[in-house]
Design a protein around this ligand. Structure first.
Ligand code: SAH
Length: 212
């Protein structure tokens, strides 16, 4: 997702209380920030934040943390929260590669990955967020039973991901090859999902479940 740099974005990130300025200081202490012991779900590559914000609104007993690389995209997400605050969601402007600096082992219960970059060339395989190298990191951070909920418009990435889950001994559940024409209830659309499905493209979805 490319968004032109917005001059107000830096200031938005520095002044919005729903942006976590020093996520590494919260490693192992996220419950103190939220002031409760509710489970923590994260989304990586959260884009403009519609999915996590809407999901947080309907699940007030879960704490949500969004991680997104691009400053201007995080700023769009958090600006919306100024007029419509949601207590149980926070944003990190950061990189997935630092995930283990942000969270302790067993600190997270679920990870959402929605419409991540497909990195189509074979030599880019390890950059895909569902590649086995990432699945190993996620397993450490997830608790005794952890879940990844994954959606994509990209058939090849979906097939690759199913194989990565299977090869890494994750169980698969709720696999859908056309989410919007399936029996799945309670889907919350992301910005990308709306764009792709409005063009008639099927949305692929699955859940990966890992036990330690
Ligand atoms: N989930 C959103 C956005 C999908 S586009 C939606 O479905 O609408 C993928 C997003 O992942 C982009 O916003 C991109 O900036 C972000 N991203 C890519 N690599 C990342 C990384 N290493 N760490 C954090 N975010 C990343």
């Amino acid at each position: 997702m490319r968004v032109r740099r917005k001059p107000w974005a830096d200031e938005e990130l520095l002044t919005n209380e729903q942006v976590v300025q020093e996520p590494t200081l919260l490693k192992g202490k996220w419950h103190e920030l939220f002031n409760n012991d509710n489970p923590i779900y994260i989304e990586i590559g959260s884009g403009k934040g519609r999915f996590i914000t809407e999901t947080a609104k309907v699940n007030p007993n879960i704490n949500y943390v969004a991680i997104e690389l691009q400053i201007s995209v995080v700023a769009v997400a958090t600006k919306k929260l100024r007029t419509d605050p949601v207590q149980n969601v926070r944003f990190i402007c950061g990189d997935v590669k630092y995930l283990e600096d942000y969270f302790n082992n067993d600190e997270i219960k679920r990870i959402y990955i929605n419409f991540c970059d497909p990195w189509p060339k074979k030599r880019w395989e390890k950059r895909r967020l569902t590649a086995r190298n990432f699945l190993g990191i996620y397993k450490g951070l997830l608790g005794e039973v952890g879940e990844i909920h994954f959606k994509t418009d990209n058939h090849d990435l979906f097939e690759f991901s199913l194989n990565e889950f299977a090869d890494s001994d994750w169980k698969l559940g709720n696999i859908s090859l056309d989410l919007h024409n399936s029996a799945f209830e309670g889907n919350i659309m992301t910005e990308y999902e709306e764009k792709f499905s409005s063009k008639g493209m099927p949305i692929y979805r699955c859940e990966g479940i890992v036990r330690k």
